[in-house]
Design a protein around this ligand. Sequence first.
Ligand code: PLP
Length: 412
Amino acid sequence: MIPVNDNFRFLEKSYLFSEVGRRIREFKRINPEKEIIRMDIGDVTRPLFPCVIESMKEALEDMSEEATFKGYGPEQGYDFLREAITEEDYVKRGINISSDEIFVGDGAKSDLGNLGEIFSKDCRIGLMNPSYPAYYDDNVIDGRIRITESGKRLNLINLECLPENNFIPSLPREHVDIIYLCFPNNPTGAAITRDELKKWVDYALNQGSLIIYDSAYESFVREGDKARSIFEIEEADKVAMEVRSFSKTAGFTGVRCGYTVVPKNLTGKFANNETVSLNSLWLRRQTTKFNGVSYITQKGAFALYSKEGRRCIEENSDYYLRNARLIGATLSEQGFEVSGAVNSPYVWARPKDSDKDSWSLFQELLEKCNISVTPGIGFGKSGAGYIRLTGFNSYENTRRAMEILQSKNPGL
Ligand SMILES: *Cc1c(COP(=O)(O)O)cnc(C)c1O
């Protein structure tokens, strides 16, 4: 038999979403007449914008004629898209990024996972807790975070996100090589001010660390003091990469497109101390292992940078934000301590006057209100006692769910 990557042995069972699904099915089996409203959805529900569809249709026309047919494209993405991203997402916001620092890919999840290939297995990793589960699993698969037989996690530094610090972690006291930050955050919904983010950039400058900044929810930022991009902070281009996605901002979860910014100022060193540009390493990785995102998809993403595309992103994000705010306001009234929902489609909540665990809350909301949520513990131990609700359902369903919650007053 073939020897396999032993690191997979140390992954935890992907328990969270399968267990949520199992409990919902079980409830439906016993109560076939009841309809469950999904407030746990981690996927968008609104369709692609008409301007995206139009642009994709044109791309398809191009593919149907010999004169305009496209075969393999550049691995890093077509210039038309990289230039539009540079101009609209950075230069117009006063940020100095150039198009050869943009790498178009098939979504943030792939880029986050693949980036691990350019870093040493010895790097110490700082992870927000709770957080998006892929950061941890990627680093376990790579063998960077190592789990000893007694269950100790080596090379992992937990950056606790608790209400005491408004879910913004404190700087680690020890040295960390690679820090994953995600703002606006999934699952807590927290956004970070430029002042707070500057502390992380300063830490990284002092420590020689790298920040991988996940800003998949950038389009939901509404408060002016909150950062949309880490490159709003001076000198961040010496210490940070930024991973972005069109998934949540423009309904691209099924289309698959995003991009990663790898500034040319970022350097690393080989074991022999020779320095190397991270931009050139990532370019080499991508040109070796990736053949680019389809032309049709990139044309669709390009439409997001038109005036109409910008307007649709704003409107679409506002729609989900309105749901999240309704959820947040209702839970507050019902005696929950609530965060998120202001610069994020996520609501992170726990009852003020009880210390019920996440799964009990899940079960009670399911049984008393027929609403499904995501147990916060599934995102890490600092998520214990919390639940996550999302604004990704329709407004009508969200309103109905909140009316039920109000009328049942579950008294959790
Ligand atoms: C949804 C999500 C992603 C993944 O996005 P894709 O581009 O669809 O792969 C990445 N990071 C966070 C925090 C997310 O919530």
